[in-house]
Design a protein around this ligand. Structure first.
Ligand code: SF4
Length: 399
């Protein structure tokens, strides 16, 4: 397992796999051929199918400028390693090829290059959640302490930066009005839900506040604002809103909040290692489902859950999103994505409460759910894996 620095990344929305990683690939390629006047970038599979709605072309063109870039859309070809493949080519002014490279966007903003060995370091000596739990039991430590022991020395300072950006995305989103970019003309609703919620009865207040915070971040993401991948851009509203809700409803020190964030990160890391957080690979269960599991674990840690109860909370959070398809209307990270963030955040708090009401003993382990999620994703037709060919994207009537 790698550092949490590779899970939580700060960057521009709307998509970690379709915007952030392609932008980074363009930056790397540009450094190799900085003076090339022409570039050609072929997008394959899911990147081509939903790249326009996810602004993939704009992100690439911007990073290869001032060179002229032609984007070739090839949704029908899927490269063998991953559904999100990209072929970059650079040309001189006589249109002779100077060089090329194939990159894959593997989910959550992560990038890999064909023929290049992954340089990033393995930091955690665990294969799955079960091994982490056994280690915690032997050492008598909570889950966050595993992060402190095995991740980079400055990981807590890094998580503090992440927490600050998460909060900033909520604040910016709560102050914004107007319609989201991309053609659906979907109006932002975070501010309105927030204002209304303040005068609601206690039971509805919770739904209102958690939803307002999730909308705020997801709407910022949809408008290409700055967010944190948790685990992806599409699902970036879930963890921040649950953390803010917890902070507002009980005494919670910054230290405890960072411990909860570390716990959430560990859950996301296990999925990254043994499952997938790529909508193009396993559908939305890998994005919203995993975000819900991370936020459930964070909330359970804040509520004082034991290690088995926190693992149970994460398991509940993901289990009931198994099979969730990815079907963004018009390829935009708006419908159903924004509302889905709010649903998952509300569900995360309930999952944590259910786990805390138990003794932590349960039948299905988190590792089993992760394994099931990966297999379910493999069994899903590509229609439901970020291609915008099936589901809501097929049947939604655009006004
Ligand atoms: S439906 Fe889910 S996986 Fe697909 S783009 Fe939206 S948030 Fe991401």
């Amino acid at each position: 397992m790698k550092s949490l620095k590779e899970l939580f990344r700060i960057g521009h929305g709307p998509s970690s796999s379709h915007t952030m990683a392609p932008a980074e690939a363009a930056e790397i390629f540009k450094k190799r051929f900085p003076d090339a006047p022409f570039y050609e970038v072929t997008l394959y599979g899911s990147l081509a199918a939903t790249g326009k709605g996810h602004f993939t072309d704009q992100a690439i063109i911007k990073h290869l400028a001032p060179g002229t870039t032609e984007i070739v859309w090839n949704p029908d070809t899927v490269l063998p390693f991953h559904p999100n493949g990209m072929l970059f080519k650079a040309f001189d002014k006589e249109h002779r090829e100077l060089g090329k490279a194939v990159f894959y966007s593997t989910g959550g903003g992560a990038l890999s290059e064909e023929g290049v060995k992954d340089q990033s370091e393995e930091r955690y000596p665990f294969k799955n959640m079960q091994e982490i739990i056994s280690y915690c039991r032997e050492e008598g430590i909570p889950l966050w302490e595993v992060v402190r022991r095995f991740d980079h020395e400055d990981i807590m300072e890094y998580l503090e930066k992440i927490a600050i950006q998460m909060e900033q995305s909520i604040e910016t989103g709560l102050m914004a009005d107007g319609v989201l970019p991309g053609g659906l003309r979907l109006a932002r609703k975070a501010r309105n839900v927030y204002l209304k919620s303040r005068s609601l009865r206690q039971d509805i207040l919770r739904t209102g506040m958690i939803s307002a915070y999730s909308y705020a971040v997801a709407e910022e993401n949809a408008s290409l604002g700055i967010v944190v991948t948790a685990p992806t851009c599409g699902s970036c509203g879930v963890v921040p809103s649950v953390l803010r809700y917890c902070r507002e409803t009980r005494p919670l020190s910054r230290r405890e909040e960072l411990h909860a964030l570390a716990t959430a990160g560990l859950v996301g890391n296990v999925v990254k290692q043994n499952g997938s957080i790529s909508g193009a690979e396993v559908g939305c269960q890998g994005e919203i489902g995993v975000a819900c599991a991370m936020a459930s674990a964070a909330a359970a840690a804040i509520f004082g859950g034991t290690v088995p109860q926190i693992e149970y909370a994460a398991e509940i959070g993901l289990e009931h999103f198994l099979g969730l398809t990815c079907d963004p209307v018009m390829g935009l990270v708006q419908i159903p994505c924004i509302e889905r963030n709010a649903i998952a955040a509300n569900r995360a708090v309930v999952s944590a409460e259910m786990a805390l009401l138990s003794d932590g003993v349960h039948f299905i382990s988190f590792d089993t759910v992760v394994q099931t999620m990966l297999q379910t994703g493999k069994d899903m037709p590509s229609l439901y894996r970020e291609t915008s060919e099936g589901g809501l994207s097929r049947f939604a009537k655009i006004k």
